[in-house]
Design a protein around this ligand. Sequence first.
Ligand code: FE
Length: 238
Amino acid sequence: MAKKKISRRSFLATGPAVAAGSAISAKGLTQETEGVHGTPPSGIPLRVQSLISVLTKKGLLDPKAVDALIEYYETKIGPHIGAKIVARAWVDPAFKERLLQDASSTITELGLTGIGNSRADLVALANTAEVQNMVVCTLCSCYPWALLGLPPTWYKDFAFRSRAVIEPRAVLEEFGMTLEEDVEVHVWDSTADLRYLVIPERPEGTEEMTEEELAALVTRDSMVGVEKLKPFEPETAV
Ligand code: FE
């Protein structure tokens, strides 16, 4: 049987899908692929299981550490962290100014110490009525994990990575954002050394809200720059 070659990018693109299920768990992998269906594992689960098995036997990996790491990124880290930064920027103009000048240092004021990669700097980008910032990683999937959690599948998709820089308005349109002709679209290409966080415009109708209430309105996609937050309407709020 011919081996199906899996490229590094394909592996990375498939990773979160695997991570979302029990297959990624060192313990759950065995249950998923052998115990439940009674068939041998194949494809990515087989590769993951093989790697875990080999590294464990060599004493280089503790399967519990893998589970703990995945649990951490699935449950502790997420867009709610980036949302705190955005909400603070909305209510505190001086904080926002510092954030735009030096985001890496300024987020430490909120007790945040990194963005998932100690080598990378963070840059905050403020959307305005005239400018829509949009973030992409044309090369692979660089993303501020510690602020936004695991990157969505579409962020790693080749079509998004290529089209975002070729026809950003068309891409934004597909995300449901129709921009006026005079609005500039700025596309920022993330790298291993530089990650971006978009500060979306504060929605109308939120003048009386607390910082905590505001944070609850901020979505992941708005912080990647592919969603504009809608005006808040109390009568439709849950
Ligand atoms: Fe990348």
